[in-house]
Design a protein. Structure first.
Length: 306
């Protein structure tokens, strides 16, 4: 497992309570990036969440917070469920919460729009996840053999998911797209990354559209941005976490769902969000955080966790 430890100073400022720099550990998913590829089945979101807690323990953090988006949302949720004594809180972008059946006869306009987005995504945009969750090896051969296939497979999702008005290069440059693609092409992770869908997508889909699942008892903050595919309302999201706070469409006062006017912040996950540092204290990040703006240094950590 590959992890990057960041020491934030001027980007986030110092922690207001301790006056210490905020520490962040950014682990790479098994089978993604330059992390090792799982050699056997079983690396689902629960095992990954346990591995990340073990990683934090080996790095010397007794208590920490977890923040995640995409697969990280599910893993951060699992960390909060499985290791509540070690977690100061979690921050999710967005929370994975199904509609509350009790509200279906009295939906707000925002809730109806959110359900319509999910229906459209299921009908027109879920082919990749259906393939990867049922036959990941079939498409995997293409993704590690052909750079054209890998490019088409990934860039189409950038085009579909990014709030670009149909002009992807208005918000993401070709170099940024190539940077992302090379993290799959150079280490040959097209197949190994697809297998996480086979391991855990059914469980995640249940969280999105089925039962609320196991409760989350640690403090939970969430950000729900206007162009996310999953946009649960506050009353839906609060069925899972038992200790939440929030405003607007997000159960977190520390996270506002606003759009930025800058080009860099105009994609689906733009805006202002907050989370917790490795020492368990809150911090805030505005817009996109670029590693090359962290003057206090970045160190890469390689740890093999069985």
């Amino acid at each position: 497992m590959l992890a990057v430890e960041l020491r934030f100073r001027r980007v986030n400022g110092e922690n207001l309570r301790t006056k210490r720099p905020v520490l962040g550990v950014c682990p790479s998913l098994p089978g993604y990036g330059f992390s090792d590829k799982p050699a056997a089945p079983g690396w689902g979101i629960e095992r990954i969440s346990d591995a990340w807690c073990e990683l934090m323990a080996r790095l010397g953090y007794r208590r920490f917070g977890a923040q995640g988006s995409d697969w990280g949302t599910s893993i951060a949720t699992s960390i909060g469920q499985r290791q509540p004594d070690r977690v100061a809180g979690i921050h999710l972008m967005p929370p994975l919460a199904p509609p509350d059946p009790a509200t279906l006869d009295d939906l707000t306009g925002a809730e109806r729009a959110a359900l319509a987005t999910l229906r459209e995504a299921d009908e027109w945009g879920s082919g990749y996840s259906a393939q990867q969750s049922t036959r990941p090896q079939t498409v995997g051969y293409e993704l590690v053999d052909s750079p054209a296939a890998l490019c088409a497979w990934i860039v189409e999702k950038f085009w579909s998911w990014t709030d670009s008005g149909g002009d992807l290069h208005r918000v993401i440059t070709r170099d940024e797209l190539l940077d992302n693609l090379m993290l799959y092409w150079l280490p040959g992770t097209g197949a190994s990354s697809a297998r996480l869908y086979w391991e855990s997508l059914r469980q995640v889909n249940e969280w999105i559209s089925g039962s609320a699942g196991a409760p989350v008892t640690v403090p939970t903050g969430c950000s729900v941005f206007p162009k996310e595919l999953q946009r649960p309302s506050r009353r839906w999201a609060e069925r899972r976490p038992t200790r939440t706070s929030g405003t607007g469409t997000s159960p977190a006062r520390a996270a506002t769902s606003r759009r930025s006017s800058s080009r860099r912040c105009s994609s689906t996950r733009s805006g202002h969000s907050s989370g917790w540092s490795a020492d368990g204290h809150p911090y805030s990040v505005s817009g996109w955080l670029k590693i090359n703006k962290c003057p206090s240094g970045v160190r890469t950590l390689k740890s093999r966790i069985p």
